[in-house]
Structures are given as structure tokens and as C-alpha cells.
Design a protein around this ligand. Structure first.
Ligand SMILES: [Zn+2]
Length: 171
């Protein structure tokens, strides 16, 4: 099961290419922000970790938007394995082993996979077609549509109101 910190980090990663007022941004272009994201997935914040994490992000965004999984995600996971940690009186624990550069990216993919198993269909793109963010629907009825009610929710409401008004004026 995906823990809350990992899920928050995954959402931050997926939402690192926002479009605001029609302008696309890549928050990972900022080295400090990108390194921070890599650390949130257990990395050191190195440039090679960041490069792999950006690949994972692009692949995961595609997977959430289209439901298809590209080869790049498999490539990231290729040399990664779960290995037993030294035994403690509490029993056996597993750690992720593999090339250091790919571990944060692999953790992002694993979190996405665990989230899909824990909460099927709850991670999805924002309902505003002009927005490239994602949301995790934690509502009971699974009815959340916007990455944020304050921005996209209100904007879409205003747009619907405007088009209804236009329709009235033209009839
Ligand atoms: Zn949105």
C-alpha cells in the first residue's frame, strides 16, 4: 500500500508541468525544485536521478491520461529489484536495489502502481481541458473533477455560466 508521503510526492511530480493562463511550465527545469522532488522519492537530488525522474514523470502522465504504458517505464524498472534488508526481531523488510540514478524514478512508478491498486480510478487528469494537472479523488462518491476548486472548478463554472448566457441571448 502506498503511504501518504509517497502519494503526495507522486501528485507533485505529475503536477510539475502546469499550464497557467495558457502558458505551459516545467517546474523541473528549476534544479532546486527537481532535486527536492528526487529527495521526496528517497534520492540524493543528483542530476542523473532528476533526469530519470523526469522520464518517469512523462511516462506516468501519459499512462494516467491515456491508460497506455510506454516502454520508458519498463526501461526504468529493468535493473531494479526488491532485496531483503538485514533481518531484525520485527521480521523481514524489503528495500529497493538497483542503479542509484533510477531508484527515485522507480519509487515514483511503484507508488503509481500501488495507488492504482489501492484506489482504482482515483488518480486522473483535471476536468479542465486547458489544465494539465492531475487530481487524486478522495471524495466518497468519486465525483471530484478539478485539480483545485479554487482555480479550475470556479473557472469552469464561470465558463458554463457564460455559455448558458450566450445561448439565452442568441435565442
Ligand atoms: Zn485543473
Amino acid at each position: 500500500m502506498a503511504d501518504d508521503d509517497s502519494v503526495d510526492a507522486l501528485l507533485a511530480l505529475l503536477n510539475s508541468t502546469p499550464v497557467t493562463d495558457g502558458v505551459a511550465e516545467d517546474l523541473m527545469a528549476d534544479p532546486a525544485h527537481a532535486a527536492d522532488l528526487a529527495r521526496r522519492f528517497g534520492g540524493q537530488g543528483t542530476t542523473s536521478e532528476v533526469r530519470e525522474l523526469a522520464r518517469a514523470r512523462d511516462g506516468l502522465q501519459e499512462a494516467v491520461r491515456t491508460g497506455t504504458v510506454g516502454d520508458e517505464l519498463d526501461q526504468i524498472l529493468h535493473d531494479v529489484a526488491q532485496a531483503p534488508s538485514p533481518l531484525t526481531p520485527d521480521g523481514l523488510r524489503w528495500r529497493l536495489a538497483g542503479p542509484a540514478a533510477t531508484l527515485p524514478a522507480a519509487r515514483a512508478i511503484i507508488t503509481w502502481s500501488e495507488l492504482a491498486a489501492d484506489k482504482p480510478g482515483r488518480l486522473r487528469p483535471c476536468g479542465n481541458p486547458d489544465c494539465r494537472r492531475f487530481l487524486i479523488d478522495r471524495s466518497k462518491g468519486n465525483t471530484a473533477r478539478w485539480c483545485s476548486m479554487a482555480t479550475c472548478g470556479n473557472r469552469m463554472k464561470a465558463r458554463r455560466h457564460y455559455s448558458r448566457q450566450q445561448a439565452r441571448e442568441t435565442t
